[in-house]
Every structure is written in structure tokens, then in C-alpha cells.
Design a protein around this ligand. Structure first.
Ligand code: 5GP
Length: 119
């Protein structure tokens, strides 16, 4: 049986492509974005290569929860949860959403005041 080629983020998790991995569990990993849009810019990914959020299935419910819990854990560890700091989580889906890597990921952005609405 042929296997799907690894996604970019699967290769990062497998240490085949270097990245600064800051957090890892059996289910998820978080690493620094190569092109940071804020002083802190991390990507939190499921190890399972779900292409994008709109393709997640009911059986992925716990995994989707694990992604957000990991984001909260990381933010607390970095001291970003204080009311006078803060952070933003972003998930891009598809062309209009700005998705460029077809492996579900949550952006964690922090370290500057982020404008709203986003561009
Ligand atoms: P998207 O545009 O799909 O929401 O986000 C993809 C993100 O992956 C972008 O912010 C981009 O900078 C980041 N990225 C693309 N290639 C690499 C890479 O090789 N290593 C790391 N660490 N991040 C990457």
C-alpha cells in the first residue's frame, strides 16, 4: 500500500527539517514559525496530518481540543496569559483564509499589540 508523502510539518516533527521545537506531546508539537509576524510566532500542529480545519472529523474532537490546550499551556509558560499582555490564535483555511501549508496548524502570535480587524 502506498503511503502519502509526508507534509512539511510532519517532516519538522520527524526532525527531517530543522525547526525550533518548543513543546511536544504524543499528539501535538509546537515550533517557531520560520517567518515570524510578531516577536512570538509559534505553530501548533497535530502530529496527525489533518489538511485543514474544515476537513477535521468528529473522531478528531479530542485532538482539536489538545491543540487549543497546548496553545494555552504554551502561552502560560511564556507568561503571555497576563491581562496586560495577551496573545492571538489564528487558523487559516483555504486561499481566502491565507493557508499556505496544507497541514492543520494554529498560529500563536504575541509580543506586540495586534490590530483588529486582521488584514
Ligand atoms: P499558513 O499560511 O498556512 O496559515 O501558515 C503557514 C506558516 O508556516 C507560515 O507562517 C510560514 O511562515 C510557516 N512556514 C512555512 N515553511 C516553514 C518551514 O519550513 N519551517 C517553519 N518553522 N515554518 C514554516
Amino acid at each position: 500500500m502506498s503511503q502519502a508523502p509526508k507534509t512539511l510539518f510532519e517532516k519538522i516533527v520527524a526532525r527531517e527539517i530543522p525547526a525550533q521545537i518548543l513543546h511536544e506531546t504524543d499528539e501535538v508539537a509546537a515550533f517557531a514559525d520560520i517567518n515570524p509576524q510578531a516577536p512570538t510566532h509559534l505553530l501548533i500542529v497535530p502530529k496527525k496530518p489533518i489538511p485543514r480545519v474544515g476537513e477535521a472529523e468528529a473522531s478528531d474532537q479530542a485532538l482539536l481540543g489538545a491543540l487549543l490546550l497546548a496553545a494555552g499551556d504554551i502561552a502560560r509558560k511564556l507568561g503571555l496569559d497576563a491581562r496586560d499582555k495577551g496573545f492571538r490564535l489564528v487558523i487559516n483555511h483555504g486561499r481566502d483564509g491565507g493557508e499556505t501549508v496544507p497541514h492543520l496548524h494554529v498560529h500563536l502570535l504575541a509580543g506586540r499589540e495586534l490590530s483588529w480587524p486582521p488584514g
